[in-house]
Write a protein that binds this ligand. Structure first.
Ligand SMILES: Nc1ncnc2c1ncn2[C@@H]1O[C@H](COP(=O)(O)OP(=O)(O)OP(=O)(O)O)[C@@H](O)[C@H]1O
Ligand SMILES: [Mg+2]
Length: 309
């Protein structure tokens, strides 16, 4: 592969992106090794798409340094675009073309001959189980099929690095499962994957390492289980409350210095020292414990961060 080097495939050092007054990405650094799947997690507006667009050579950096396969994205954005497969948050399919022509056209633009593009499109359609939709109009495909076609398109050129912005948003469980399998197959083939997701189970299942982003910064980074253990501890407590006692319970939890979040009748409590939160002093409510997950990390960290401001 052109520009290939032994170092990390993606190396971002202090990259920032400013849109007028808005700092969308604020001095972010991360590295992704060859064959690794790296996830970006964070709420709406965290800066995930902006980061991925910079990595993809689609949006110039305001500051920082960024290389993909050893190529400097700031100086050679076009070369970077040629070696990447990109799946954007919007599908970006051409509704004037049928499904297969969306793939072949993408292939021509990427430099394949007509014959190569045809052959590759057939293979990719089969792999993504879309062969019977080859002649279908885009507008008549379901949302999930469009999403799969958009992902399929990124594989027209056999990329070694693929950037996927929320690949499974809007898919039903079966569609998500299929995409997971497809990504796993890519991963087995040694493809380096940078992806974003709002689904914590997806991040846990697919990512070797991930970064939790908030307000354009990386708050936490590491393997999913590491991040969970480090920031949420092994277990969180869940307290079931009725409205009558809610205020008293929240007051007690705050007084004890725990982080918590409320969702319906359940208050989830995390401790800051990585240990199981001790709620034995809390009387008259039902407390249960469960294993922590990425959701707990994110909500605890983002919650804490928001209240710091
Ligand atoms: N082209 C643009 N012009 C101005 N502001 C932008 C532009 N693109 C993104 N932003 C702003 O940058 C910030 C980060 O947006 P970004 O799309 O990167 O977030 P995200 O993490 O992908 O969110 P989501 O989960 O909703 O997709 C937001 O405040 C957004 O409004
Ligand atoms: Mg986005």
């Amino acid at each position: 592969m052109k520009g290939q080097s032994d170092g990390p495939v993606i190396r971002a050092t202090g990259i920032s992106k400013q849109f007028g007054e808005t700092v969308a990405v604020d001095g972010v650094s991360f590295e992704v090794s060859r064959g690794e799947t790296y996830g970006l997690l964070g709420p709406n507006g965290a800066g995930k798409t902006t980061t991925m667009r910079m990595v993809s050579g689609l949006s110039p950096l305001t500051a920082g340094e960024l290389t993909v396969a050893g190529i400097d994205v700031s100086r050679q954005a076009r070369e970077v675009r040629n070696i990447l497969g990109v799946v954007t948050q919007e599908d970006g399919l051409d509704t004037d073309l049928d499904a297969k022509s969306n793939l072949t056209t993408y292939g021509f633009i990427a430099g394949l001959s007509r014959k190569e593009a045809e052959k590759r499109a057939d293979a990719v359609l089969m792999f993504f189980d879309l062969t019977d939709k080859a002649d279908g109009e885009i507008d008549y495909l379901s949302g999930g099929m469009k999403r799969r076609l958009a992902i399929a398109r990124a594989f027209m050129t056999n990329p070694q690095v693929i950037v996927l912005d929320e690949p499974t948003t809007g898919l039903d469980p079966q569609g998500r499962n299929r995409v997971w399998q497809e990504l796993d197959t890519m991963k087995q083939a040694g493809v380096t994957i940078l992806m974003s997701t709002h689904y914590m189970d997806e991040a846990t299942a697919l990512c070797d390492r991930l970064a939790i982003m908030h307000h354009g910064k990386i708050l936490a980074e590491g393997a999913p289980d590491e991040v969970v253990n480090r920031h949420a501890g092994p277990e969180v407590a869940q307290v079931r409350v009725s409205n009558g006692v809610r205020q008293d319970v929240v007051g007690w939890i705050e007084g004890a210095g725990f982080d918590y979040r409320e969702a319906g009748a359940i208050i989830t409590v995390t401790s800051r020292n990585g240990e199981r939160p001790d709620l034995s002093g809390l009387e008259g409510v039902r407390v249960s414990y469960r294993s922590s997950n990425l959701e707990d990390v994110f909500l605890a960290m983002a919650g804490r961060k928001l209240t710091d401001e």
